[in-house]
Design a protein around this ligand. Structure first.
Ligand SMILES: NC(=O)c1ccc[n+]([C@@H]2O[C@H](COP(=O)([O-])OP(=O)(O)OC[C@H]3O[C@@H](n4cnc5c(N)ncnc54)[C@H](OP(=O)(O)O)[C@@H]3O)[C@@H](O)[C@H]2O)c1
Length: 329
């Protein structure tokens, strides 16, 4: 009687599957690795002056945090700087600080409150003045968020906060870009950097409005990048993680939380290399780890984090209220 040969086809089929899966995981891991170290350690930076084709750099929200960091880094690279924020006093201080270090650059300041100016017409005169200068770089940095993580219905008493967040995080990036692109198109060069956030990368539970406006910034940038690449204009999206600024209330820098100057130095170095990046090596490391997680674990992680931050905030607020009442008695 002939003996039946064992069937090896399943074994070789499974072998192929394992090989293909391993190759795919390696490919993904290598790409992630390159995104983490490539812009900071491997790829040479571009000649920013050549690509900008304009002597001036505009920075919105330029008196603190990341915006101030960008202003200093671009001045270091020899650009004249236009600072836009709400307070003339703070603008003058930053201007003096800049000129104290970089005496070779010019600095202009514009007072503008993007929360109060919700009608595009109110931008008109500021835009006309900015457009008189040769703007090669536009850093759409200004942004705001609510004080603590909260569900949307929990913000019913702060509806004006919601409209301010939407106005500040979406209007300036759209209107200023639209107003300054014509001169960039004419010169066939320019750089637009739009500051989004980690929270624009994933749906952030308890930060619904902020997270959605930051997704808007990414979406707008993706479209503009396609539309203007052929006109020689770079449109970059930056999605920072935590940086030591007033917004985060972080005081001390650490491995994952840089100060704004160090952050901006790395972020500016990625212009022309990465279309969309966190702008900082250890932030990119965090994002790549999150990307490897299945979406439901990622969402659970973000949700738990937000709930814990909210709980801590509420406890602190309650204790402060109790202490105030005890003082009164
Ligand atoms: N820090 C982070 O960890 C982090 C993380 C992800 C994304 N981001 C994004 O990065 C950007 C900058 O954040 P940041 O942390 O550097 O903020 P920040 O330290 O709070 O500084 C905000 C800047 O914007 C100006 N500003 C605020 N409201 C304004 C308004 N209504 N009109 C005009 N100017 C206004 C402020 O100046 P005046 O007070 O003088 O007006 C200040 O110069 C934002 O878009 C934010 O969403 C930050």
């Amino acid at each position: 009687m002939a003996r039946r040969m064992p069937c090896y086809c399943w074994v070789s089929f499974l072998g192929y599957i394992v090989m293909i899966t391993t190759a795919f995981v390696w490919y993904k891991a290598m790409r992630a690795f390159l995104r983490i170290i490539g812009p900071y350690m491997i790829y040479p930076g571009i000649n920013l002056k050549k690509r900008a084709k304009g002597e001036w750099a505009v920075v919105t929200g330029a008196t603190d945090g990341i915006g101030k960091g960008y202003a200093f880094e671009l001045a270091r690279k020899g650009f004249n700087i236009i600072l836009i924020s709400r307070s003339q006093e703070k603008l003058d201080n930053v201007k003096n600080e800049l000129l104290g270090i970089y005496s070779n650059v010019k600095v202009k300041t514009f007072v503008f409150d993007f929360a109060k100016s919700k009608d595009a017409k109110e931008y008109q005169s500021m835009i006309e003045d900015v457009n008189k200068l040769e703007v090669g770089i536009l850093i759409n940095n200004v942004g705001t968020k609510y004080t603590h993580p909260e569900l949307l219905h929990g913000m019913k008493d702060d509806l004006s906060d919601i409209s301010n967040i939407i106005a500040v995080n979406t209007m300036p990036v759209t209107l200023l870009t639209s107003a300054l692109l014509p001169q960039m198109v004419q010169r066939k060069g320019g750089v637009v950097v739009n500051i989004s956030s980690f929270s624009g990368l994933y749906p952030m539970s308890h930060w619904s409005v902020y997270s959605s406006t930051k997704q808007y910034v990414r979406w707008l940038s993706n479209i503009l990048r396609q539309e203007y690449a052929r006109k020689g204009i770079i449109v970059q999206t930056i999605c920072p993680g935590l940086v030591v600024t007033n917004m985060t209330k972080k005081k001390e820098p650490s491995f994952f939380i840089p100060d704004a100057i160090s952050y901006a130095r790395q972020a500016v170095g990625t212009i022309g290399i990465s279309d969309e990046t966190t702008g900082y090596m250890t932030h990119q490391l965090q994002v790549e780890i999150l990307k490897f997680l299945p979406w439901f674990i990622r969402n659970w992680f973000i949700d738990s984090l937000s709930r814990n931050i909210r709980k801590a905030y509420m406890n602190k607020k309650k204790k402060a209220k109790e202490a105030k009442e005890a003082k009164k008695e």
